[in-house]
Design a protein around this ligand. Structure first.
Ligand code: ADP
Ligand code: MG
Length: 569
């Protein structure tokens, strides 16, 4: 270590500091799909908190770290409460405003030293050792950066991690699996902010002085650059991005002035061009390219023999399970579902059929809480559930699939299915980070594997979900729903896109589920598929219930024939 020149320690220190911030962005942006331009503001809170406390109040830097992290977390919670329930642009805009406001305060408050900043920040002390030089700081910075990487990797590989990764595809599927998406958005936003604050604290004690410039919106954008260049989808990307950025910046600062014959911040322009090139040729960033060359680690199958997850009490066969009473849904002037009523009793398979656009999926979304009702009532297991969000329906024992498969394409089939068991486990984010959730995690994975085997998907357990063909993807969704241990299974066009063989296999699976006492509501477009499978069929056309009856009655009905003949064209 003595032989490595000082220069490299300085570079590595900055790479470590940047990586801490960018890791938070990987979690927030790459994994959860939320954007923040204001991470530099949180870095500033960490830096200025310790600068003020250690120079003006002679407080311990470690106390200042606690306080800085606390203030940051509080600020993140407030910003999150204001914006995370709203969709789209509110979070990025709020983080920009936050960063600008903070920077403005730093420039103008005399306690914060205005544009001169604060000088004379003491060096850190650890076990009586003073971390004066960059080599000593290198050890601390990298210990914290690698420690944070470990914690985040643990988090992503866990029950909360699956919930966080499910956020990226929009909230509908995650909520239907019982995930409180607001809660997990808050978790990732706070974690990202805290990592930034820790980086700021280290930065202040490395430089021993702070001023407003490194905490402005420019750095906020550069952190996003680093995440995208490195690869926002994985923690390794944070390190790759930070290193690529820092080293390129250093090169450019040497080369550009000579090339252009004048000084100035021309790096940003070159970075812009580099970013476009990376996005064009390596849309996933640098890290996946590096990681391909590393040995692939496959999840060890360590869940064999884990205890079964708790099961819910099943409704008595024949009892009223789902009562749909005159439900109505209007989209503006269009009445998509017009006062439709039907019932599913425990142990039955009920089919909801009708031509395209009849309102089947909308009915389904009303029943499962994905869409709010315009009018009417839904009762489940004797309780009025209309108006509850879909995750409450999930909690009460409804599990569903989607007409258009919703999954986490980059995760394995097993992990996708394990998300279905979200409500049957309770490990939180801190437990997961500390790896204290392993016992429960084994039980969850065992259950996921069991459900996959139950529907004949045992061979696909470790495959990437996005690589599956349509048929297996639909089966995976059913396994995910089964993983919730539902008392009612809602399937939206499970046979769509399946080949005849696959359809027959699916029908056999569904019959088997019924034999095991499961209740099913099945939306289908394919009449033949439901005819030999269901106990009763509800036929919809133009948003209204055409008839309800046994498959034989429905088949004999001239009205149904007419509706379906209309569709065949
Ligand atoms: P099905 O599943 O029976 O094919 P849907 O329930 O998907 O039919 O659609 C019923 C009708 O409601 C269609 O006319 C469709 O265009 C309309 N519809 C569905 N969802 C929406 C929406 N979110 N906004 C506006 N119209 C919608
Ligand atoms: Mg539909």
């Amino acid at each position: 270590m003595i032989l490595i020149p000082e220069f490299w320690f300085t570079q590595l220190n900055y790479i470590g500091l940047y990586a801490l911030v960018v890791m938070g962005l990987v979690l927030l942006t790459g994994v959860a799909g939320l954007t923040s331009f204001g991470q530099a503001g949180f870095v500033g809170v960490g830096a200025y908190t310790t600068a003020v406390l250690t120079t003006q109040l002679a407080a311990s830097p470690w106390l200042a770290l606690l306080l800085g992290v606390g203030i940051t977390a509080l600020a993140a919670v407030v910003l999150g409460l204001l914006t995370l329930r709203m969709s789209g642009h509110y979070l990025p805009l709020a983080t920009i405003a936050w960063c600008l406001a903070l920077n403005f305060s730093m420039m103008n408050m005399s306690t914060l030293g205005k544009s001169d900043g604060i000088l004379g920040i003491p060096a850190l002390e650890l076990f009586g050792m003073s971390l004066m030089d960059s080599r000593a700081m290198f050890c601390l910075i990298w210990a914290l950066a690698l420690g944070a990487a470990w914690l985040l990797a643990n988090l992503l590989d866990s029950r909360p991690g699956r919930a966080i990764r499910a956020l990226n595809g929009g909230v509908t599927m995650a909520e239907a699996m019982g995930v409180s998406t607001f809660r997990y958005k808050m978790v990732v936003f706070v974690v990202a902010a805290v990592l930034a604050a820790v980086s700021g604290w280290l930065f202040a004690h490395l430089q021993r002085t702070v001023n407003p410039s490194p905490f402005g919106i420019k750095l906020g954008i550069e952190y996003l650059f680093m995440a995208v260049i490195g690869g926002a989808g994985s923690i390794g990307g944070a390190f790759a991005g930070a290193a690529a950025f820092k080293l390129t910046e250093h090169q450019l600062q040497g080369v550009l002035p000579k090339l252009l014959g004048e000084g100035g911040n021309y790096e940003m322009i070159v970075f812009g061009v580099l970013l476009l090139a990376v996005l064009r040729y390596l849309p996933q960033g640098l890290w996946p390219e590096l990681a391909r060359r590393l040995p692939q680690r496959r999840r060890k199958r360590d869940w064999e023999g884990a205890a079964a997850l708790p099961q819910r009490a099943k409704p008595a066969p024949g009892s009223a399970l789902l009562e749909v009473r005159a439900v109505r849904k209007q989209f503006g002037g269009l009445v998509a579902v017009n006062d439709v009523s039907f019932e599913v009793r425990a142990g039955e398979i009920v089919g909801l059929i009708g031509p395209n656009g009849a309102g089947k999926s909308t009915t389904f979304n009303l029943v499962s809480g994905v869409l709010p009702l315009t009018a009417g009532e839904v009762r489940f297991a004797g309780e009025r559930v209309s108006g509850l969000p879909s995750r409450e329906m999930a909690r009460r024992g409804m599990a569903r699939t989607f007409q258009h498969v919703k999954m986490m394409a980059d995760m394995t089939v097993l992990e996708n299915v394990a998300l279905g068991a979200h409500l049957r486990a309770d490990s939180g984010s801190l437990r997961a980070m500390a790896r204290l959730d392993r016992g429960e995690e084994r039980r969850v994975l065992r259950e996921a594997e069991r459900q996959l085997a139950r529907i004949g998907m045992a061979a696909h357990v470790h495959e990437r979900a996005g690589n599956l063909a349509m048929g297996p993807q639909r089966l995976m969704e059913i396994a995910r729903a089964l993983c919730a241990d539902p008392s009612l299974l809602l399937l939206d066009e499970p046979a769509a896109g399946l080949r005849l063989k696959e359809k027959q296999a699916l029908a056999a699976v569904l019959r088997q589920l019924k034999a095991e006492g499961m209740s099913l509501l099945l939306v289908e477009h394919d009449m033949d598929f439901v005819m030999n499978l269901t106990d009763r069929i509800v036929v919809m056309e133009f948003g209204t219930r055409l008839i309800e009856g046994t498959p034989a009655e429905v088949q004999a009905s001239p009205a149904v024939r007419a509706a379906y003949l209309g569709m065949e064209h």
